[in-house]
Design a protein around this ligand. Structure first.
Ligand SMILES: Cc1cc2nc3c(=O)[nH]c(=O)nc-3n(C[C@H](O)[C@H](O)[C@H](O)COP(=O)(O)OP(=O)(O)OC[C@H]3O[C@@H](n4cnc5c(N)ncnc54)[C@H](O)[C@@H]3O)c2cc1C
Length: 455
């Protein structure tokens, strides 16, 4: 794109052309071994508002010039990376929390607001935004574009469930508003839901309206230890059937969580067992949480847990969540690829066993953790597989096993760039044809995030 035209739109200071000033805009959090190489000729532009984004996209569309949308850059599948010569459109200056509407229980935010900033604004207003994907540096536009999940999805579901309104800028520069502060809306086809998890290929999300909930009054975090993973996994459907609906049920191998604790200079409170469940309970008061904790304890004891710890203080609970959330950061340097497989919840134990079999066959170790209550887990393929040139082969074996169990190759991180080459394993051809048709309606010149998300 013409640099002077971009400067006319956003001002001199907000167009970066020097490579050494744009390094952090060229990569995201994808594991280095599978991360594609960024293109050579890249411009970074930082618009301040929707009108400037619209003007940039009109220019790009006229020139048929590719644009990659960049949120917080915490994505794990290279979706925000400029993989061909292009312009990176950074959303960081759209960073205003416009309104916390206490009467309608909604928050209105610009898309470049980070999760951390929005959570604080919501909490300051005495309200609660339930989803919590692990990296609070993610921007709300990125969370919506990826339909992020995270640990708290068991009780409240993924980001999609909270988006009520969007302002979206189409690839031709038109600005459209979808939905609003509405809890019911059956007007026309649901384009809002189509934009959610479109991974930036249909439009730039510039504003979001999220639904909020009252603050939870009381919570407790349980760590339940086991001598083997089967017993841990056996507990999960029993907890879900019992009528207790935890905020989160997370599984982690001991090695994985201890690596995270060490990385953070913290102490993981459990000392027994090799397999852990972390269960977060919430309720209207402490008694309600205790009652749920007792029910969960009984189930886990029946499933041969070896120890049960309960953190009640807020700081203890935050520390446990922090260690869980930072597992990926702690293991990233040793990781060749992090997978994001999802199977029906009652098959998590089965697929984990198959992953163990695959690991044995390829003479490696595949540490695992994940959102056990959602059937979504993250096997880490380690650098020894990279050194043996086996990452793709192992990954595809795991994907095939997940698909056999009725699963998918990504539950929350998305397809981005790095999973495109594995899509031959999943879905029939017709859905891809329909998706390409939809992309063509929104973006006939294929300027937005080309090469991302669809075949
Ligand atoms: C330590 C760690 C923990 C994580 N934990 C979780 C987790 O628990 N659950 C989970 O689901 N994910 C998790 N993630 C992945 C990541 O945080 C999410 O995918 C998040 O949604 C990405 O948001 P972002 O703003 O960083 O987007 P980016 O990485 O900048 O972009 C991701 C994709 O969204 C598009 N995009 C970004 N902003 C917009 C916009 N305004 N309009 C249109 N498209 C846009 C980009 O083009 C790209 O395709 C984790 C990542 C890390 C590093």
């Amino acid at each position: 794109m013409n640099i002077n035209n971009l400067r006319d739109i956003v001002g001199n200071d907000w167009v970066i052309t020097k490579r050494d000033q744009m390094e952090s805009y060229l990569v995201d959090e994808t594991a280095p071994a599978v991360r594609p190489k960024p293109a050579e000729n890249v411009i970074v532009v930082k618009p301040a508002n929707s009108q400037e984004i619209s003007a940039i996209l009109k220019l790009a569309n006229k020139d048929k010039s590719p644009v990659f949308i960049r949120g917080g850059g915490t994505g794990l599948c290279a979706g925000a990376m400029p993989i061909i010569d292009s312009t990176v459109l950074s959303m960081e200056r759209l960073d205003k929390v416009i309104e916390v509407d206490k009467d309608n229980l909604m928050v209105v935010v610009e898309a470049g607001v980070t999760l951390e900033k929005m959570l604080k604004a919501v909490e300051d207003a005495g309200l609660f935004f339930p989803p919590h994907p692990g990296d609070e540096g993610a921007q709300v536009g990125g969370l919506v574009a990826c339909n992020a999940g995270g640990a708290r999805a068991v009780k409240y579901g993924v980001i999609r469930n909270y988006v009520k309104g969007l302002e979206v800028i189409l690839p031709n520069g038109e600005i459209v508003n979808l939905g609003g502060k509405l809890l019911k809306n059956n007007q026309g086809l649901d384009l809002l839901q189509l934009i959610i998890h479109s991974e930036g290929i249909l439009g730039v999300i510039s504003k979001v309206i999220f639904r909020l909930y009252p603050k939870v009054s009381s919570s407790g975090t349980m760590i339940i230890t086991y001598d083997n993973r089967h017993n841990a996994m056996e507990s999960v459907p029993m907890i879900l059937r019992s009528g207790v609906m935890p905020l989160a049920i997370e599984y982690m191998d001991r090695t994985v969580i201890e690596t995270s604790a060490e990385y953070l200079g913290m102490q993981w409170p459990a000392t027994q067992g090799i397999a852990y469940l972390m269960v977060i309970l919430t309720g209207a008061n402490d008694d309600e949480v205790y009652l749920q904790a007792e029910q969960v304890s009984n189930i886990c004891t029946e499933c041969k847990s070896t120890d049960i710890l309960i953190a009640e203080r807020k700081d203890e609970q935050s520390a446990i969540l922090k260690m869980r959330s930072e597992i990926y950061s702690a293991m990233k340097d040793k990781t060749a690829d992090i997978l994001d497989v999802t199977v029906p919840p009652n098959s998590v134990g089965v697929i984990m066993d198959r992953v163990d079999d695959i690991a044995r066959y390829f003479d490696t170790t595949i540490p695992m953790y994940g959102h056990a209550g959602d059937g979504n887990f993250h096997p880490h393929l380690m650098n020894d597989l990279r050194d043996k040139g086996k990452v793709r082969e192992v990954k595809r074996e795991i994907y095939k096993e997940a698909i056999k169990l009725g699963g998918v190759i990504t539950g929350e991180h998305g397809i981005g760039v790095i999973r495109i080459s594995e899509l031959d394993l999943c879905l029939e051809t017709k859905p891809w044809e329909l998706m390409r048709g939809i992309k063509n309606v929104f973006d006939p010149n294929n300027i937005l995030n080309p090469g991302v998300a669809i075949l």
